[in-house]
Write a protein that binds this ligand. Sequence first.
Ligand code: XBP
Ligand code: MG
Length: 250
Amino acid sequence: MSATPLQALIFDVDGTLADTESAHRAAFNHAFAELGLGWEWDEALYTELLHISGGKERILHYWQTSQPELRELEAMALQDTVNRLHELKTAAYESAVNDGAVSLRPGVLKLMDEALAQGLQLAIATTTSPVNIAALLRRAVGPDWRLNFTAIGDASTAPIKKPHPQVYLQMLAALKLKPAECLAFEDSSNGLRAATAAGLATLITPTRYTAQHDFSAAMRVVPDLSQIDLAQLRRWHAQSQHPARVAATR
Ligand code: XBP
Ligand code: MG
């Protein structure tokens, strides 16, 4: 039985394209200070809060769990403040990225270039805000960064956040490809669950924020993409489609 050829790579953003969560955490804390809330998310707390995908969802979760008496407050009033905080946070994060606070992880650009040179399509599937993607890739790839991607799914197009597969299902539809024709790249358990639920074999590159997550459903876990080329991906992709055959050859 011949393997289905690999035709597209679908990348998560935060933690996968770049190790961004320290810059996100600083931006959240900047927004809290701007509104005089006295909240401070240290690295240990933020590592826990990252189990909630989406910055707005993360702020609301923290607020409701740290101050349960707020439940009586009108939900609309809460959401208005969350939205305002997230606007301030996103502006602070964009400014930090524009100042060079984050760079792409090792091997990401080389692998993207190799994939494009061999005629594969690229897509992005993230829960982050579109302005964050543009700030990161405009600086890392250049002003025409968007031309490299067939499709981009983000917080503005996929409101149901990971681990729900919505953003990956949208990207498969946009690519006009089956899951078996693609590979997903992720850094977190929420991302792995979302990609796996969409039927995608997934390569994991953890960060220190996600090193303890459960990656048992991953096609492979590697420290980063610096030693990964397209030939290796094609081998792992073929094996992922016929695990029984791989087991038999062990
Ligand atoms: C990770 C997230 C995002 C970022 C913060 O996204 O869950 O919420 O932590 O960005 P990814 P926003 O799917 O790329 O790993 O504040 O814009 O949500
Ligand atoms: Mg991620």
